[in-house]
Structure formats: structure tokens, C-alpha cells
Ligand binder design. Structure first.
Ligand code: TRP
Ligand code: ZN
Length: 495
């Protein structure tokens, strides 16, 4: 039942994808053609030390699906974001203080920023000229070139309204505000740049500090934990800290008539659900989150962050999004235990261990889907094999989860055939090695970004088996393999 509803949600997403994909239009050629930062750190070509031979940082990271997303030549350590929300005008006024390290000698560099007016930029305290380059980049030229390895601080003052990024997703990513003054963010995959200047790619994770100022009658929440609030002249500022590295698309900033419900999870983990008052009661499925964390702790290793909870907005979005420590749920998605379990699993798979490139998307969606099968088996006794058999009946043909292409980033195959890949892998290497594999994966790559190749290598390392044929068939072949060819006739999934 819930499983069916999840499929409906996925199908709904797929339908919307078709529409959004058509609007997105042609994509530009790769900017730098550079491989993932996770594989090849940018800047290997500049000499060590000094700013001699400084070059312009590339406008993109050469992601195979979104070549202009992110920027070359530096690595962000920390974002300090000041956001002031004016519901009357629908404008957000921002000041971003970005601390980064140059990975090459830089004569100039870019930041991703979509559709905002830039008022002032400084680099290490000096005014620096900034000009637009293409539709999602701003090129900044510091007064003096930056040496390779140098730490530097960029401050960008800016302002503007809502914008959308024409990328493939259940909705066009961006920040959303309605006429009642409510705000929330939906950035996957490359929409964070509509709200703040960023290195908008999951291969460059950073810690965050947020200060959100809004009329004092409203409540503001973000990822992480509340540090303090201050009130001045009818406006309240909410300060939050997210110390754990976070990919830009996982940022959540929500403002509105919000109820914050606090609790405690396993080992005293602070839990926090945030419910839009117009969305009604806190959905019962969210009350199971403590039990789910307890279960996943045992399967994957301890919950990776300092807090967790759901943000339920007053819209029937037909989806949820695993924004770090504070998952966004459409009103319609929040009361589905399978969806709640899926999003929670993303905190390990996607949020803690992040994508090296968008081509690796099955590392998020296949894993979260498989994890929700484990939860259903644990909680309700639904055999994992039953979920596998259901998924095997879905159409995974034509969209290999290991390279779905940007138009099919969130296609059903990425979820179902991706999860089946883990199911046949578990069958091939056995339960014990499989559990060791997932736990080692999180321990080794948590806080960082990793690729499909990293996962395949670790699976072979842990099991001592040649798994090339399995991954080729399940992740990369056009046609979905027959489950019965991989799990043997005595498995109930085959019947
Ligand atoms: N990652 C979401 C999930 O848990 C689905 C999703 C993909 C999404 N892209 C999105 C949700 C964009 C909101 C916006 O399956
Ligand atoms: Zn997901």
C-alpha cells in the first residue's frame, strides 16, 4: 500500500520531469572538461606556493551532466549566510561570507549565482570587481592573484527575488515564496545558486552558519541547530549552525507560521519536526523517526549529524527532499512511512556520503530505496524479496541507473533498478560482507564525496570477488537483467 503510494510519487516526479526536461532546453558543452573533484582535485597544473602562473579558475567543474555547476580552482570550507526576508516585496537581501582555499594559483575565479543583483564584493577585505559570465556564474577578480593553497575570504552583498534553474527535477529548483510570506527551498540538483553565491556542486562540501532575519511574527528554520535568536525593531534574527560538511543542494531555509516540535532520539539525539501551521497536525509517520534511526544506526553506523527532523510545508508537492538534518516533505508525502524511511536513509547515503558527480545519482536513490526495504522488513515483516520482486516488475529498461543521463536523473529505474543492484550484490557477497560493505562505505567516505567507481572498488575489496559483470549488467547495460538470472530459483523474489 505505502509502497504503491511511493511509486505514485515517483511516477508523478517522472511525469513532471518530462515537462521540466522539455523546458530546460539545450545544455552547453563542458566548460573545462575536468573530471570530478572527488577523483582529480582541481588545480594540479599550477606550481606549488606563490601566485606565479596564476590562471583564471574554470567556470564549471566539468560534471558530466551539469558542466557549468560548481567552479574550478578552489575549495569552500565555510559559508556564513546572512539572509533578510521581506515578505512585502518578495525580496531576499543577502550577505555571504565564504571561506575557501585555492587549489591552484588564481588570477580570477567564479561563484555560481542565479538572478541576483550584486551590490558589493570583497576578497580578503579589498573591493573586487565582479561581472556576470553566462547565466549562472559571476567572475571575481581579486586585487592580487591568489597563491595556490592560500586561504581567502569572499564577501558578497546581493539582493533579489525568486528564480528557477531549468534543470531536471520533480520541480524546477529554486527557493519558493508564496503571497502569505512562506518560504522554503528545493535545490536538487543545482538550484542553491538561486539563493546564495556558492560552489554549487556536491563534490565541494562545507560547513554553514545561517542568520535569517524576518518579521518577528514568523519563524525561520534552517539545517543544523539553533544558536540564538535576537529581536530588533519588529524583526527577529534566527541563527543556526550546521558544523558537518554539507552539499549546497541540501541547504534548507524555511520561513513561515511554523510549529517546532522537539524531542529526543537514540543516544539523546535532538529531534526537531517543523510543521507549517496551515498543514495541520504533525503526521504520525514522523513520530517513527526515532525507531528508524535506531534501526539504521545498527545497519549503517551511527546517525551522522547533530540533529534530525522533518519540515512539513503547506503544499501537496508530491515529493520529499532530504535536506540535511531537516528533510522537506510536501504535506502529502509526510505521512507515508516508506517515504519517511527513504528520506532518513539519505542522511547516510547522499548527505553524509555525497555524490562525486551527478552521474552517480543511484548512490543516493538506489541506496535510500534499498534502505526503506530493510526498514519495511524490520518493522512490518515485509520480506525484502517482495519489494525486490515488485521492483523487478517495473520497467528498468533504457535507463541504466549507473548513467541515466540528465533527463532521467530521477527516473524510476534509478530508484528501483538501483535498489535491485544492491539486492543482487547482497546475494552475491552474502549478508555479512554486505553489511560490512555498507558500514565501511559510510565510515570511509562520510563527510566527503564518492563515486560509483569508489563503491565498486570497495565492494571488491570487502568481498574479494570480481564484481565487474554484476555492476556492468545492473548499472550500465541498457536492458534490465532478469532477477532470476542473478538470485537463483530458491529465492522468493523470483517466484
Ligand atoms: N531526492 C528526492 C528523493 O528523496 C527526490 C528529488 C529529486 C527531488 N530531485 C528533487 C525532490 C528535487 C525535490 C526537488 O527521492
Ligand atoms: Zn530519494
Amino acid at each position: 500500500m505505502t509502497r504503491r503510494r511511493l511509486l505514485v510519487l515517483t511516477a508523478l516526479g517522472a511525469c513532471l520531469l518530462v515537462v521540466v526536461g522539455a523546458v530546460a532546453g539545450a545544455r552547453r558543452a563542458p566548460a573545462g572538461g575536468r573530471a570530478d573533484r572527488a577523483l582529480a582535485p582541481a588545480g594540479a597544473r599550477a606550481g606549488a606556493g606563490g601566485a606565479g602562473g596564476a590562471q583564471a579558475g574554470s567556470r564549471g567543474l566539468g560534471d558530466p551532466y551539469f558542466p557549468d555547476a560548481g567552479n574550478g580552482g578552489y575549495d569552500v570550507r565555510h559559508y556564513d549566510l546572512d539572509l533578510r526576508w521581506d515578505p512585502g516585496s518578495g525580496r531576499m537581501t543577502g550577505r555571504a561570507t565564504i571561506t575557501a582555499r585555492a587549489t591552484q594559483a588564481l588570477s580570477s575565479f567564479t561563484l555560481d549565482l542565479v538572478g541576483m543583483r550584486i551590490d558589493r564584493v570583497t576578497v580578503d577585505g579589498d573591493r573586487a570587481p565582479a561581472r556576470r559570465e553566462g547565466d549562472r556564474d559571476v567572475r571575481i577578480t581579486p586585487r592580487r592573484p591568489l597563491a595556490r593553497g592560500a586561504r581567502f575570504t569572499v564577501v558578497v552583498a546581493y539582493a533579489g527575488g525568486q528564480n528557477r534553474v531549468g534543470a531536471v527535477s520533480p520541480v524546477e529548483p529554486g527557493w519558493f515564496a508564496d503571497d502569505t510570506g512562506d518560504v522554503y527551498t528545493v535545490f536538487e540538483p543545482i538550484g542553491a545558486a538561486t539563493l546564495f553565491p556558492s560552489n554549487d556542486h556536491p563534490s565541494d562540501k562545507a560547513s554553514y552558519r545561517f542568520r535569517v532575519t524576518a518579521p518577528a511574527a514568523l519563524v525561520a528554520v534552517t539545517n543544523g541547530r539553533l544558536v540564538r535568536t535576537t529581536t530588533d525593531d519588529g524583526m527577529r534574527t534566527w541563527e543556526y549552525d550546521e558544523p558537518d560538511p554539507m552539499a549546497s543542494y541540501l541547504v534548507q531555509v524555511a520561513i513561515g507560521n511554523l510549529d517546532v516540535v522537539r524531542g529526543r532520539g537514540p543516544d539523546g539525539l535532538p529531534l526537531r519536526d517543523v510543521i507549517d501551521e496551515d498543514a495541520g497536525r504533525r503526521p504520525a509517520a514522523l513520530a517513527r523517526v526515532g525507531d528508524m534511526i535506531d534501526f539504521y544506526d545498527g545497519e549503517f553506523g551511527r546517525f551522522p549529524f547533530g540533529t534530525y527532523g522533518g519540515l512539513v510545508v503547506d503544499d501537496n508537492l508530491g515529493f520529499a527532499l532530504e535536506t540535511q538534518t531537516l528533510t522537506l516533505f510536501g504535506e502529502d508525502a509526510a505521512d507515508q512511512p516508506t517515504v519517511v524511511a527513504h528520506e532518513l536513509a539519505h542522511q547516510w547515503f547522499g548527505d553524509d556520503v555525497s555524490l562525486g558527480s551527478w552521474r552517480d545519482i543511484w548512490l543516493n536513490e538506489g541506496f535510500a530505496t534499498f534502505a526503506s526495504w530493510l526498514w519495511e522488513s524490520h518493522d512490518r515483516g515485509v520480506p525484502v524479496a517482495d519489494n525486490a520482486a515488485l521492483a523487478a516488475r517495473s520497467s528498468g529498461n533504457g535507463v541504466p541507473p549507473g548513467d541515466p543521463g540528465p533527463e532521467h536523473l530521477f527516473a524510476g529505474s534509478v530508484y528501483d533498478r538501483g535498489a535491485l543492484t544492491l539486492y543482487v550484490l547482497r546475494h552475491a557477497i552474502g549478508d555479512d560482507d554486505f553489511t560490512t560493505l555498507l558500514r565501511t562505505w559510510v565510515r570511509r567516505y562520510g563527510g566527503r564525496s564518492a563515486t560509483t567507481a569508489d563503491f565498486e572498488a570497495l565492494a571488491e575489496e570487502v568481498s574479494g570477488q570480481d564484481l565487474g559483470p554484476l555492476f556492468d549488467a545492473w548499472l550500465r547495460s541498457d536492458e534490465m537483467p532478469r532477477l532470476s538470472d542473478w538470485v537463483g530459483g530458491d529465492d522468493p523474489a523470483v517466484r
